[in-house]
Ligand binder design. Structure first.
Ligand code: COA
Length: 259
């Protein structure tokens, strides 16, 4: 399964939360297709480990900046620094997220606020920081946010994350309209359960829900990181040039099985 080599040659991309999980698959795929990629994450150590493995496994030189998406000015500076290193920015992937399982009746106001802050406010900060550069992108800037199937159905025991992701989806629709005249496309991907991610391990495997969840996925198996990365490439490349303000579900039809 592959795209035309060099499909993204000359493009510059930033992936928040790109050091681990789905984000790292997106980084590899964009880099393999010729894009220059920068990543932002909270922890210096995981950034350094990731950058080493991108170089060792895929011969990719990935730039990085430490930054917590909750902090507007920090993200502004991190995006500016990466964009300056790469000579601009064409693709902003808002992937950084935080989550934990907690029944809503036990969830503290700070727990709620923390996840809204990382997921929703973090996406807002990332988009705002990217805007001046995306306006200058040669054939149109692109914003791709990583949401989740449960944003459309409610997320019992993770209501904070469900609400944050639903907010992200609504934000993408607004930006598609407001920033469309700048040539910017804003879309989101709703991954279903993706094997090997911390999300599936903590939220499904560790809860002993694997068989129950698999039964509800019409295609009968979990997705993998490459499935999501391929969807990002479609939206990021000229193949998706008339697609904006919409969702691309990559979930094996899990949304209709209501996991
Ligand atoms: N259950 C209930 N409440 C929780 C919780 C849990 N499992 N984890 C955190 N909280 C609450 C804390 O109790 C705190 O609220 P309080 O002050 O009222 O007690 C609030 O959330 C903030 O927690 P804190 O640990 O200080 O926040 P943080 O900024 O250090 O980390 C996360 C927040 C979301 C990143 C952290 O929970 C985490 O590490 N999650 C796992 C990693 C992750 O999210 N990966 C993303 C892939 S799904």
């Amino acid at each position: 399964m592959s795209f035309v080599p060099d499909l993204l040659k000359g493009k510059r991309a930033i992936v928040t939360g790109g050091a681990t999980g789905i984000g790292s698959h997106i980084v590899r795929k964009l880099g393999q297709l010729g894009a220059n990629v920068g990543i932002i994450s909270r922890r210096q150590e995981s950034l350094q480990t990731a950058v080493k493995s991108f170089a060792a496994d895929d011969n990719l030189e990935v730039h990085y900046q430490v930054g917590d998406v909750r902090k507007e000015t920090v993200i502004q500076a991190a995006v500016a620094s990466l964009a300056d290193k790469m000579g601009g920015l064409d693709i902003m992937v808002c992937n950084a997220a935080g989550n934990f399982i907690c029944p809503t009746e036990n969830l503290s106001a700070n727990g709620w606020r923390t996840v809204i802050d990382i997921d929703l406010n973090g996406t807002f900060h990332s988009c705002k920081a990217a805007l001046p550069y995306l306006k200058e992108a040669t054939d149109g800037g692109r914003i791709i946010s990583i949401s989740t199937s449960q944003a459309n159905t409610g997320w019992p025991t993770a209501a904070h994350a469900g609400a944050a992701k639903a907010g992200i989806q609504n934000l993408m629709q607004s930006l598609a309209v407001e920033w469309g005249p700048y040539g910017i496309r804003a879309n989101w991907i709703t991954p279903g359960p993706i094997e090997g991610t911390e999300g599936v391990e903590r939220l499904i495997t560790a809860q002993g829900r694997t068989d129950e969840v698999l039964e509800k996925i019409p295609l009968g198996h979990f997705g993998n990181g490459e499935d999501i990365a391929n969807a990002v490439v479609y939206l990021a490349s000229t193949t998706g040039r008339y697609v904006s303000g919409t969702e691309l579900a990559v979930d094996g039809a899990a949304r209709w099985g209501r996991i």
